[in-house]
Design a protein around this ligand. Structure first.
Ligand code: NAD
Length: 459
């Protein structure tokens, strides 16, 4: 099938490359000429494992094309995906649909045959109706069906998620559109991916509800982590035990610095706006959003406690992206933490395996270093902020030698506390229980696991 993808960002590029891999002929459109020029040469503008190779294969097979003109891509397409951004508006929590509306207008002008316009961008309930009205107003003659087809890929595992989705949601009341979408996804449904066909508004709400539930789960396990610390439990064991219940599941039960990224914060805010407008309060989600905001704001106090104050201290941030295996810094904890540390009088050094280019732009005043050991040189405290696997494999003895005072704050519970303490570090994880022998070591040497509780005097 011939496919057009409008918006070649994380979702559009992965979607386009995967559909080309499945045998479709895909034309990706973007307004960013530099991005398109790089893509035509097979250079990915973003880091996503496996994506480079897939884009190269698509180009070589002549099934993946990159253009700047929506009309060129839409004219021959059976399905046009809208994958443009839907950021939060500058004021308030509402989704900014400007890019979606522009894309809809451009698509309308180019329609020539029966075309399914599938909205993959995450959009508030009712946006499909608006897109359809917009297109019909401009092109009353057009034979078009607007469907909702929300995307569930996760950055870091996006290529795998796209090739083996746990579900495909299609929202439409149009029988022809349903058939086209079933044909499009046949390579995936034939290997077991469930296809759920529903009405457009329900499909739009599936996406927001899924992201809201995940945000709630993360915010909740973070609070349980603080409680674990206060009562002498280990949150890692608690999460493991809880996640074995099939009604709950193990996903999104990792305690951390608070959720970030391009989706959970903005989608939670947008869903709360929708609920307020509809007069149907989402109190649990509102509480999770507040808890997450407080958590991020409280990180600087946690770190100050572990460092015994921040004035004239050097703090190293290991990891700047919002999660591992991506170069995306949108709503990352580093964006609030680094400026807060600088403001509190600390010098901040940092290293991230993939996010340095963007971080240099977004975090002025932070000294970017070439590797984790260089980043920790002369430092008083190292903070693991992103769960990059290479930080779990750090040579702690070597790391210790580079630091002025060997202290670790592990906001991802990535490093084994016992190894850290045996390597001579004081260690503060999240919601970790201190085993008896480490408690003893701490009493004898003054080093060990430092409580991270949000209350109490600095340790
Ligand atoms: P992004 O910002 O990475 O990409 C959007 C792209 O659209 C940009 O490259 C931009 O230049 C382009 N664009 C904007 N207007 C355009 C136009 N009129 N014509 C052509 N191109 C245009 O955004 P993203 O992360 O890919 O997210 C896209 C949508 O998918 C959002 O609604 C997001 O919430 C949703 N989503 C994102 C993820 C994720 O993990 N990033 C996962 C699921 C859903």
């Amino acid at each position: 099938m011939r496919i057009a993808v409008i918006g070649t960002g994380y979702v559009g590029l992965v979607t386009g490359a995967c559909l080309a891999h499945q045998g479709h002929v895909v034309t990706c459109v973007d307004t960013d000429a530099e991005k398109l020029a790089r893509l035509r040469q097979g250079v990915c503008p973003l880091y996503e494992p496996g994506l480079d190779a897939m884009v190269s294969r698509g180009l070589k097979a002549n099934r993946l094309h990159f253009v700047g003109d929506t009309a060129v891509a839409v004219a021959e397409a059976e399905v046009v995906f809208i994958c443009v951004g839907t950021p939060t508006q500058a004021a308030g929590g509402e989704a900014d649909l400007g890019q979606v509306r522009t894309a809809a207008v451009e698509i309308a002008a180019a329609l020539r045959r029966f075309t399914v316009v599938a909205v993959k961008s995450t959009v508030p309930v009712g946006t499909g109706d608006e897109v359809e009205a917009l297109i019909r107003r401009r092109r009353p003659d057009a034979d078009v069906a607007v469907v909702s087809n929300p995307e569930f890929l996760r950055e870091g595992t996006a290529v795998g998620d796209c090739q083996k989705p746990d579900r495909i949601i299609v929202g439409t009341g149009d029988a022809r559109a349903r058939d086209v979408m079933a044909r499009l996804y046949a390579p995936l449904t034939s290997t077991g991916a469930p296809l759920v066909v529903t009405d457009r508004r329900s499909a739009e709400l599936v996406k927001y509800t899924a992201n809201a539930l995940l945000a709630i789960k993360i915010a909740f396990i973070n609070e349980i982590a603080d409680l674990s610390e206060a009562v002498g439990a280990d949150v890692e064991d608690v999460a493991h035990g809880v996640g074995l219940d099939p009604r709950i599941g193990p996903g999104a039960l990792r305690p951390g610095p608070g959720y970030g990224g391009s989706c959970f914060p903005k989608d939670s805010a947008a869903l709360l706006t929708t609920s307020q407008r509809a007069g149907a309060a989402l109190r649990i989600l509102a509480a999770a959003v507040e808890a997450n905001t407080r958590r991020k704001q409280g990180l600087v106090d946690r770190i100050a406690r572990a460092a015994g104050g921040l004035t004239n201290k050097t703090v190293t941030l290991l990891g700047l992206t919002f999660k591992a295996d991506t170069d995306d810094l949108r709503e990352a904890a580093s964006l609030t933490l680094a400026p807060a540390l600088l403001k509190a009088g600390a010098a901040v050094r940092a290293y991230d395996p993939k996010g340095m280019a963007e971080a240099r732009r977004l975090l002025p005043g932070v000294e970017m270093c070439t590797d984790p050991y260089a980043a920790c040189w002369g430092s008083d405290l190292a903070v693991v902020l992103t769960e990059w696997p290479q930080f779990a494999a750090l040579d702690l003895a070597r790391l210790r030698k580079t630091m002025r005072s060997p202290a670790l704050v592990d906001l991802r519970n990535l490093i084994d506390p016992a190894t850290a303490v045996r390597s001579g570090f004081s260690y503060a994880g999240i919601g970790r229980h201190l085993p008896a022998e480490l408690e003893k070591a701490r009493a004898e040497t003054g080093r060990g696991i430092v409580p991270m509780a949000t209350t109490g005097a600095p340790v």
